[in-house]
Ligand binder design. Structure first.
Ligand SMILES: [Zn+2]
Ligand SMILES: [Zn+2]
Length: 235
């Protein structure tokens, strides 16, 4: 049994105290978190309607871990298919440069860095839908819009000091690089503390996203990428 399955079973174990089951969900996220740990956790709090006080709805933990599990199964299937294609290409002696898979953190790090700094900026898709979208693109499907979230609106221009990059207006993924040719990462100007997100201060006791919290989606999602500042990679 992998760590993911062991801890998923703990989330399902209703004989355990709810805070232990919540910790087990966190361990599952350290094994698999398609939006990065913080943003994936934030997504699950909203999609599974995890209330600020978990005791009022412990079943929300099951909804959260099961959404994560479903996405992980799709990712595993995609990763196996990718590995099989690579083996077949090697056997046939084709020396094509491989398309890096979307789950390769080293590659996607700078493009989707905003999600890591602001857990509210992630695609508004369910995790299974997100994984299916990324797997389909890797397979060569032509899907319109931002590769991460499908947003088709124009990119938000963000100055880099010597040029301009274009960020997705929904999830702040970098869509068009700076003319200098380097893929700068972007961080939000406003940072949200992880401990407040972890305690679900953005959620109400009935499991709704608290409308007074500044990070909720809506207008904020389209405005905030413009307020980001570039992080220059070491030269
Ligand atoms: Zn996007
Ligand atoms: Zn540049």
């Amino acid at each position: 049994m992998t760590s993911f399955h062991t801890h998923r079973a703990r989330v399902h174990d209703t004989s355990l105290p709810v805070h232990r089951r919540h910790s087990a969900l966190r361990t599952c996220l350290t094994c698999f978190a398609p939006y990065g740990l913080r943003a994936t956790y934030h997504h699950l709090t909203v999609s599974a309607r995890m209330p600020r006080h978990l005791e009022t709805d412990p079943d929300s933990l099951l909804r959260a871990v099961d959404e994560l599990h479903e996405a992980r199964e799709l990712w595993r299937a995609g990763a196996e298919e990718y590995a099989a294609q690579r083996r077949a290409q090697k056997r046939s002696g084709r020396r094509t440069r491989p398309v890096p898979p979307w789950w390769d953190r080293y590659r996607w790090g700078p493009l989707e860095a905003a999600w890591h700094h602001d857990p509210f900026l992630h695609p508004p898709l369910s995790l299974p839908d997100y994984v299916q979208r990324r797997n389909a693109l890797l397979d060569g499907a032509e899907l319109p819009g931002c590769p991460a979230c499908g947003e088709e609106g124009p990119a938000v221009p963000v100055p880099t000091g010597h040029g301009e990059a274009g960020l997705c207006r929904s999830c702040a993924r970098v869509l068009t690089p700076c003319p200098c040719g380097r893929w700068h990462g972007f961080e939000p100007s406003v940072r949200f503390g992880w401990s407040r997100t972890w305690r679900r201060e953005h959620m109400t006791d009935s499991g709704e996203a608290d409308p007074r919290w500044p990070g909720v989606r809506g207008a904020a999602g389209t405005v905030r990428p413009a307020a980001q500042h570039p992080v220059h990679p070491p030269s």
